[in-house]
Design a protein around this ligand. Structure first.
Ligand code: SF4
Length: 65
C-alpha cells in the first residue's frame, strides 16, 4: 500500500493537494497540510499521486514501495 507524508515546514498552504484529493489531504486551521489518510487505499492512489506531484512547494512525498 502506498504511503504519503508531508514536510510541514515546506508547505505554503495553497491547498492544491486538497483540491485534488480531499480524502487524503486537508489543511489545518493555520492553513498547513495535514494527511488524513497516510496509508492510501488503491482507489485513491491516482489522485493522491496527482496531489503530491502538483504541490508547488514539493512538500509531499509518496512511497509506493
Ligand atoms: S499543495 Fe503543497 S503547499 Fe499546497 S497545501 Fe498542499 S502540501 Fe501545502
Amino acid at each position: 500500500m502506498a504511503r504519503v507524508e508531508a514536510l510541514h515546514t515546506m508547505c505554503v498552504g495553497h491547498g492544491l493537494c486538497r483540491e485534488v484529493a480531499p480524502e487524503v489531504f486537508r489543511l489545518d486551521k493555520w492553513g498547513c497540510v495535514e494527511i488524513v489518510e497516510p496509508e492510501v487505499p488503491a482507489e485513491l492512489l491516482e489522485r493522491a499521486r496527482t496531489g503530491v506531484y502538483r504541490c508547488p512547494a514539493k512538500a509531499l512525498l509518496i512511497d509506493e514501495g
